[in-house]
Design a binder for this molecule. Structure first.
Ligand code: G3I
Length: 386
C-alpha cells in the first residue's frame, strides 16, 4: 500500500512532469519507459493552490472539516492533511458538555485549546460545536440534587465557555438539533433534557447568553434532515424557519443557520427546490448559511465494488453541492471528518445491520489519506460557483 508521503512525492513529480512536458520524462529519469504515459487524476497534486481550501477561497467560501482532536495530536500525517486542506476546523465532540465539563465545578479545555493553537499555526479558523444538544448531557446535571438548578448551570456553562474562547472562534453552534416533530410539542420542539428542565425559552436564553459572553462569534442554529425534496424534510424546514422567525421577532441574536448535510447515496429522491427555497428563505432573513457536517452515507449502494461506489458517492456530492452552493448566502462548507479512517458513519445507527463488513467510503480522502472521486467532485463544485 502506498503511503501518504509516497503519494505526495508522486503527486509533486506528476505535477512537475505535467508542467515541464515530455522533456523532463527523458531528462530526469533513468528508465522513462517505467512511467505511465497518462497519470491517473488522483496522482496529480492536491495540495497548495490545488487544495480544497484554496479552491473554496477563490469562490468566496471557506472549506474545512470536523476532527476528533486526538487524531490531530497523535497522527502527524493526518495533522498535515488537515493543515493542507482546511481553512476552518471544528471539534466533533470535545466542546460538548460531557467532554468539556466532567464535574459541575471542573472544565477541561485542554484539547480544544490545543486545536485552537493548531488552527492558528496553520492560519485556519475554528468554530465551536456545540453549547446545547440533547445528547452528551453529563450524568451529574441529571441527578435529583442538580436537576432543579439546570437553568443556572446552563447560563453559567454558556457564559464560561464562550468567554474562554471570546473573539477567537468564527462561529458557535449555539443550539443543535432542537426540532423533532414526533415528540408532539408546540413548534415541533424536541423534548430534550434542556426543554424539559428550562422550558421552550431555553433556545432564546442560550443565544442571548452566548452573545453577551462573546459578541464576535457568529451565532448559529444547526440542524439535520432538511436536505431532501420529501415530506419529512419539508416539515422540518418549515418548523425550523418558524423557530428562526420567532427568534428574530423577539430580538434574539442570531447570525447563521447550519445545514448538517448528512446525505445518502443511492437514494432515489434528489436535491432540488426544497433545499434551494430553504436556503433562499434564510438569506432573506439576513442570515448566513453553513454546510456544517457534510458526508455521504453509502450503506444503501448495492454494489461492493469500491470504484463504482466512489463514483456514486462523488455524484451525490456533486448533486447536493450544485443546489446548495448556488446561493451566495452559503459561506462555509465542512465535511464531518476528512478521511474515511475516522468517519462516524462506521458506528452510525444502521451501519452494522446494513453493511457489517464494508467500511464507509463517505469522505473526500480514503483511510490512507489519498484523495478519492469525492475530493474532485467537491473541488469542481467550488469551481462551478460564480
Ligand atoms: O475518543 C474516544 C476514545 O479515546 C475512546 O477510546 C472511545 C471509547 O468509547 O471513545 C472515543 O470517543 C468517542 C468520540 O465520538 C470519538 O470517536 C465517543 O465515545 C463517542 O460518543 C463520540 O461520538 C460522537 C457523537 O457525535 C457524540 O458526541 C461522534 O464522534 C460525532 O461524530 C457525533 O457528531 C454528531 C454531531 O455532534 C451532531 N450531528 C450528528 C453527528 C453524528 O452523530
Amino acid at each position: 500500500m502506498q503511503t501518504r508521503r509516497e503519494f505526495i512525492a508522486e503527486g509533486a513529480r506528476a505535477a512537475a512532469i505535467a508542467a515541464a512536458g515530455p522533456a523532463l520524462l527523458l531528462e530526469g529519469c533513468a528508465h522513462p519507459t517505467s512511467i505511465p504515459p497518462v497519470l491517473p487524476a488522483s496522482f496529480h497534486d492536491v495540495a497548495g493552490s490545488r487544495s480544497l481550501r484554496a479552491h473554496a477561497h477563490r469562490h468566496g467560501l471557506v472549506f474545512g472539516s470536523a476532527v476528533i482532536i486526538h487524531n490531530v495530536q497523535d497522527d502527524p500525517d493526518f495533522a498535515e492533511l488537515i493543515g493542507e486542506q482546511c481553512g476552518i476546523v471544528v471539534p466533533t465532540g470535545e466542546l460538548k458538555w460531557i467532554a468539556l465539563r466532567p464535574a459541575p465545578d471542573r472544565y477541561d479545555f485542554s484539547r480544544p485549546d490545543f486545536l485552537l493553537q493548531f488552527a492558528r499555526r496553520n492560519r485556519m479558523l475554528m468554530r465551536g460545536h456545540t453549547l446545547c444538544w440533547h445528547e452528551s448531557v453529563p450524568a451529574w446535571i441529571q441527578t435529583a440534587e442538580n436537576r432543579p438548578n439546570t437553568r443556572q448551570f446552563f447560563v453559567e456553562h454558556i457564559t464560561t465557555v464562550c468567554k474562554h474562547f471570546a473573539g477567537q472562534l468564527q462561529s458557535w453552534d449555539v443550539v443543535n438539533e432542537a426540532i423533532l416533530p414526533k415528540d408532539g410539542q408546540p413548534g415541533g420542539l424536541r423534548k430534550s433534557f434542556w426543554y424539559e428542565q428550562i422550558g421552550p425559552d431555553y433556545i432564546d436564553l442560550a443565544f442571548r447568553t452566548a452573545r453577551a459572553a462573546d459578541p464576535h462569534a457568529k451565532l448559529t442554529y444547526n440542524d439535520y434532515g432538511v436536505e431532501y425534496d420529501n415530506d419529512d424534510s419539508a416539515e422540518r424546514r418549515r418548523l425550523i424557519l418558524d423557530l428562526l422567525r420567532g427568534m428574530q421577532k423577539r430580538g434574539v441574536p442570531l447570525d447563521a443557520v447550519g445545514i448538517q448535510s448528512h446525505v445518502k447515496a443511492a437514494q432515489p429522491i434528489t436535491f432540488g427546490k426544497g433545499l434551494a427555497d430553504y436556503i433562499e428563505a434564510i438569506r432573506q432573513m439576513g442570515l448566513e448559511v453553513y454546510l456544517t457536517e457534510m458526508d455521504v452515507n453509502e450503506d444503501d449502494i448495492a454494489t461492493d465494488d469500491p470504484v463504482k461506489r466512489d463514483a456514486i458517492i462523488a455524484q451525490t456530492y456533486t448533486d447536493y453541492l450544485r443546489v446548495a452552493l448556488a446561493n451566495p448566502a452559503v459561506k462555509l462548507v465542512l465535511t464531518w471528518d476528512l478521511s474515511d479512517r475516522f468517519t462516524w458513519l462506521n458506528s452510525g445507527p444502521t451501519h452494522h445491520r446494513k453493511q457489517p463488513n464494508r467500511p464507509q467510503r463517505s469522505l473526500p480522502f480514503d483511510r490512507d489519506y489519498r484523495p478519492k472521486d469525492a475530493f474532485f467532485s467537491i473541488r469542481d463544485s467550488f469551481d462551478r460557483r460564480l
